[in-house]
Design a protein around this ligand. Structure first.
Ligand code: NAD
Length: 385
């Protein structure tokens, strides 16, 4: 029987909810590319409830304990004497969410000889040292597509919020003010602007599709070219590099996985190559960005705004410079953990566990590392560039 360690974010300060704003959520059976949503044999939770906190347990306890396994759910994950370090030593499986990442380093793997499976409840497995995972024969799997549309929606919200300067206007209202000239002094229309995505995978393409009705020019860069009919339908301009795209755009949205090749790829040189007054949205990973260079580009006025929900490290310390840099529209890492998304990635986590314990193959699109190297989506999306 296996021991599963599940690292989740803490409950709300007011306690795990007992009621919700809505009674139901829509059922999404199929994603835009035809991939089916997670289909475990059963689920033991009500879709739309909070599942990603410690009390929510991703709805896994009944299923795992009925099969004789041990489930340990914790949130304490930092430092050498963390609960994670203590529990991981004899664990077979670790589950973590990118919103509250359990950094599974080589050192931690070396102290956990039984560990064979690391599941990302969500998308983006960069919190696992993937090279070390391959060396140790671990399988790393994530719930591909489970929250891609959630992130795309958050991205569109942030593009509109930055360009129209929504958050400061709302702050004026909350403070009892009514100075229109002040409220509009940084407010523009998105219509007619040039909007580009760096990486046009599941999220990047969904952002392009959602921005099309705003009558903007659409651009993308990815190592994988989109099908010609999609380029034509969306009137896309393809650029041969991230830099070329940035020089042509007013708004740049970043959607690349974090890998050794993309770590800090958006630096002072990159920002200098953008037009003055450009906006950046990054709901991919905070570590893709040179932190100090970003703050400098906003303070100098070269960039007009930056928004995103991904930080490094996470949780971000109270004095993290991105909390107070000018013209930021940051959120904590929430875009992929709406209550709607949680239902899908909790079901997907259970599907992966069912396959693992039944000895059935995990869907290829869920795999990042398997058999000592990149596999599935890992081979397509992480091993490029
Ligand atoms: P995906 O696998 O569908 O697409 C990733 C794309 O990135 C691929 O097309 C790949 O070719 C491209 N790519 C890789 N390196 C590149 C580079 N250097 N330059 C340009 N393109 C590059 O993944 P997805 O579902 O679109 O998710 C993308 C990333 O978004 C994830 O890896 C994760 O880090 C992040 N994400 C964040 C949240 C959140 O809650 N904020 C949720 C889900 C995913």
């Amino acid at each position: 029987m296996a021991k599963i360690v599940c690292v989740l974010y803490p409950d709300p300060v007011s306690g795990h909810p007992t009621s919700y704003a809505r009674d139901t959520i829509p059922t999404i059976a199929t994603y835009p590319n035809g991939q089916t949503a997670p289909n475990p044999k059963a689920i033991d939770f009500t879709p739309g409830e909070l599942l990603g906190d410690v009390t929510g347990e991703l709805g896994l306890r009944r299923f795992l304990e009925a099969a004789g396994h041990t489930l340990v759910v914790i949130s304490d994950k930092e430092g050498p004497d963390s609960q994670l370090d203590r529990e991981l030593v004899d664990a077979d499986v670790v589950i973590s969410q990118p919103f509250w990442p359990a950094y599974i380093t080589r050192e931690r793997m070396e102290k956990a000889p039984k560990l064979k499976l690391a599941i990302t409840a969500g998308i983006g497995s960069d919190h696992v040292d993937l090279k070390a995972a391959a060396d140790h024969g671990l399988t790393v799997a994530e719930v591909t597509f489970s929250n891609s549309i959630s992130v795309a929606e958050h991205t569109v919200m942030m593009i509109l919020s930055l360009v129209r300067d929504y958050i400061p206007q709302h702050d004026i209202v909350r403070a009892g003010g009514w100075n229109i000239s002040e409220a509009v002094s940084r407010s523009y229309d998105v219509e007619g602007m040039q909007v580009g995505v760096i990486a046009a995978g599941r999220i990047g393409l969904a952002v392009l599709r959602r921005m099309k009705p705003f009558d903007v020019g659409l651009h993308y860069f990815d190592f994988h070219r989109l099908p010609a009919d999609v380029e034509k339908e969306l009137a896309l301009t393809y650029h041969p590099s991230a830099q070329a795209l940035a020089a042509a755009c007013d708004v740049v949205s970043i959607h690349t996985p974090l890998t050794p090749a993309t770590d800090t790829m958006f630096d002072a040189d990159f920002f200098a190559g953008m037009k003055r007054g450009s906006y950046i949205v990054n709901n991919a990973r905070g570590k893709l960005i040179d932190h100090e260079a970003l703050v400098a580009a906003l303070e100098s006025g070269h960039l007009a705004g930056y928004a995103g929900d991904t930080w490094y490290p996470q949780p971000a310390p109270a004095d993290h410079p991105w909390r107070s840099m000018p013209h930021n529209g940051m959120t904590p890492h929430t875009s992929g953990t709406s209550l709607s998304a949680q239902a899908r990635y909790a079901a997907g986590t259970r599907e992966i566990l069912e396959c693992w314990f039944d000895g059935r193959p995990i869907r290829d699109e869920y795999l990042i590392i398997a058999g000592g190297g990149y596999a599935g989506t890992g081979a397509h999306s992480y091993a490029v560039g």
